[in-house]
Write a protein of this length. Structure first.
Length: 107
């Protein structure tokens, strides 16, 4: 049985997150993206400490699509090195899992 998979990433802004998320939904690679605007970040990058404002993206997919989602996300992402973290939930409501598998069946 397929397992749910959450993908955590950040984007430079909401419009970029929504555009990339929509393309992944249309391609059947994810069932949904939740975009949280206004995240403030402090991070190390190339030997310096940087600050910035970003948008968080939480993508909902299934374990069987992990590699394809990772490749597609990195290909479409504007960052040189985007953060792509996979989180495997312990489980999912049966109806949620059915929806997730049904909406990503074409992926």
């Amino acid at each position: 049985m397929e397992r749910p998979l959450l993908v955590y990433t950040t984007f430079p802004d909401v419009d970029t997150a929504l555009a990339i998320g929509e393309s992944l939904v249309r391609d059947g690679l994810i069932a949904c993206i939740n975009v949280l605007p206004g995240m403030r970040s402090v991070y190390a990058w190339k030997g310096a400490v940087e600050r910035g404002e970003e948008a968080v993206g939480i993508l909902k997919t299934r374990r069987g699509l992990q590699e394809r989602v990772q490749e597609a996300l990195k290909d479409r992402h504007p960052y040189e090195t985007p953060v792509v973290l996979f989180i495997e939930p312990e489980g999912a409501d049966a109806a949620t899992l059915d929806w997730l598998v049904r909406e990503t069946a074409g992926g």
